[in-house]
Design a protein around this ligand. Structure first.
Ligand SMILES: [Zn+2]
Length: 155
């Protein structure tokens, strides 16, 4: 169920492609342009509230019934290759290999993968049927060795 507005598209709809010449792929360059130039640079406050809404709505529609399935889906969608690197009773940490931001110039102080974290958050809260918060704690663009999310179970 989407947070805002009427339900119009499902994830399944997104796979219905009928482009004879250009096929079902768009370059990473375009995805980055939308994410970083359009959203991160173009929206006020780097689009913070907006990315959260967008990400959660997308996440809730991802068809995954377990955390493992969700991790696989992240790789399949080529957002990055996630792996759980630390678990506590209160949550866990996810490291992302080959994140979409890998290779971009470093701009210290900027963590740019919040939308992808919000997608994870939306999907995870649906799978676990409880509130979770997913916070980006490391990012390649910030100069960190990789992107990382901290997942916390709330309530
Ligand atoms: Zn990243």
């Amino acid at each position: 169920m989407s947070i805002i507005g009427q339900e119009t598209f499902s994830f399944k709809d997104m796979t219905l492609v009928k482009r004879n010449k250009l096929g079902d792929k768009v370059p990473l360059e375009l995805f980055r342009a939308i994410r970083l130039i359009g959203m991160y640079e173009g929206l006020p406050m780097h689009g913070k509230a907006t990315t959260l809404t967008i990400g959660r709505t997308i996440g809730e529609k991802i068809e995954a019934t377990s955390v493992n399935e969700l991790l696989k889906k992240f790789e399949q969608l080529k957002i990055g290759i996630p792996s759980v690197i630390e678990e506590t009773g209160k949550g866990f940490r996810v490291a992302i290999e080959d994140c979409f931001c890998e290779g971009l110039p470093v701009h210290a102080g900027n963590l740019v993968c919040d939308l992808e974290g919000a997608i994870f958050e939306g999907a995870l809260s649906k799978i676990l049927n409880k509130k979770v918060s997913v916070k980006e704690v490391k990012c390649n663009v910030n100069g960190d060795e990789r992107c990382e999310y901290e997942v916390r179970f709330l309530g």
